[in-house]
Design a protein around this ligand. Structure first.
Ligand code: NAD
Ligand code: ZN
Length: 344
């Protein structure tokens, strides 16, 4: 089969031919219908050899959807022909976190070498993929896999981040989204759908700010130090009740911290390496700084429910598997509007 692989440190991903995977006991073989392109792929491919832990060659793709092609011995919850999405942050399935469906915070994954598809295990950017356990599958039913595959990360990750802050986001509050890219443009819609907050979006690109407005942001500002005053003005000096940083570089974590008001949340989702000096007097009183990772299985089901209700729609650009390297070039150049989706 054809697959998109990262094969050598520092190289660009390439389309290669590899053997078809065979389904083992307890596993599910999917014929992939859609695979999303995430900035985290770009991040891992930028790592030097000493920091890279995902194995080579790596079949990319941690946002995946497919049709069940075959099931291994003992699988009873799905059958060939079912349309499903893949819950990506695989865990051990036994620990206290996994028991709550929070496999993203599995206590044993690292020690047992369990890695998400596309981030260690072979991913969804291939004609077929193996899913280790049927519990990692969420039925899509009538939802279009191409339009909705990215909800498995670009939807689930902001949903989890926002849901945790909901008690602070009632009517009359203000939430700021930094970075209106793949995650951010879905985050804006989730905030509009499940919170009472007025939504402010920041980005460095006017096109991304247009997208932010299109998907529901009520105010947009260019992402620079002037945005702090703009948010303070909008909130009568109080500052934001929650800031979601979907970039996470040094300038954006500093913006996030400077615009958060008393008792606010600063949630750093982007993995840009920015760091905050948090201490008394350096940030507004009682601000909580959080660094969430992906989300729980229950939250993925809720995210798809939002799509079913028409509250969330991912803006997509589609590419064939042969064109996938081009999608990564456009991501690298910051040109993707919403999310790029590969159709293997
Ligand atoms: P993306 O490339 O689609 O979007 C990034 C957006 O940020 C773009 O619109 C870009 O114009 C904007 N941007 C860049 N620099 C900016 C700045 N200084 N100020 C404001 N906006 C700026 O990326 P994505 O796929 O949405 O991923 C966003 C980040 O989240 C990445 O760092 C990714 O690795 C990370 N991520 C984290 C998790 C998690 O679980 N914590 C999950 C998925 C992705
Ligand atoms: Zn676990």
């Amino acid at each position: 089969m054809k697959a998109l692989q990262y094969r050598e440190i520092g190289s660009r991903p390439e389309v290669v031919s590899i053997p078809d995977p065979q389904v083992g006991p307890g596993q599910v073989l999917l014929k992939v219908t859609a695979a999303g392109v995430c900035h985290s792929d770009e991040f891992i491919m930028s790592l030097p050899a000493e920091a890279y832990v995902y194995g080579l060659p790596l079949t990319l793709g941690h946002e995946g959807a497919g049709i069940v092609e075959a099931v291994g011995e003992g699988v009873s919850g799905v059958k060939p022909g079912d349309s499903v999405a893949v819950y990506g942050p695989w865990g051990c399935g036994r620990c206290h976190m996994c028991a709550q469906g929070k496999e993203n915070y599995c206590l044993n994954a690292e020690a047992e070498g369990i890695r998400p598809p596309g981030l260690g295990a072979p991913g969804s950017m291939a004609e077929y993929m193996i899913v280790d356990n049927e519990r990692h599958l969420v039925p899509l039913g009538d939802l279009d896999p191409v339009k909705n595959v990215s909800l498995t990360d670009a939807g689930l990750t902001p949903y989890h981040a926002i849901k945790t802050s909901l008690p602070k986001l009632g009517a009359g509050t203000t939430a700021v989204v930094i970075g209106a890219g793949g995650l951010g443009h879905v985050g804006i819609q989730i905030l509009r759908a499940i919170s009472g907050a007025t939504v402010v979006a920041l980005d460095v690109s006017d096109e991304k700010l247009d997208l932010a407005t299109q998907v529901g942001a009520q105010h947009t500002f260019l992402s620079n130090p002037d945005a702090v005053g703009a948010v303070r003005d909008l909130t009568g000096g109080r500052g934001a009740n929650a800031v979601f940083d979907f970039v996470g570089v040094q300038p954006t974590v500093e913006l996030a911290s400077a615009m958060a008001g008393t008792e606010g949340d600063v949630t750093i989702v982007g993995i840009g390496g920015g760091a905050l000096p948090v201490g008394f007097g350096r940030i507004a009183y009682d601000v909580a700084v959080r660094t969430p990772y992906w989300g729980s299985r229950a939250e993925l089901i809720e995210t798809f429910d939002l799509a079913r209700a028409g509250s969330v729609e991912v803006e997509i650009e589609t590419y064939s598997l042969d064109e996938a390297p081009k999608a990564y070039e456009r991501l690298h150049e910051g040109k993707i509007r919403g999310r790029a989706v590969i159709l293997p």
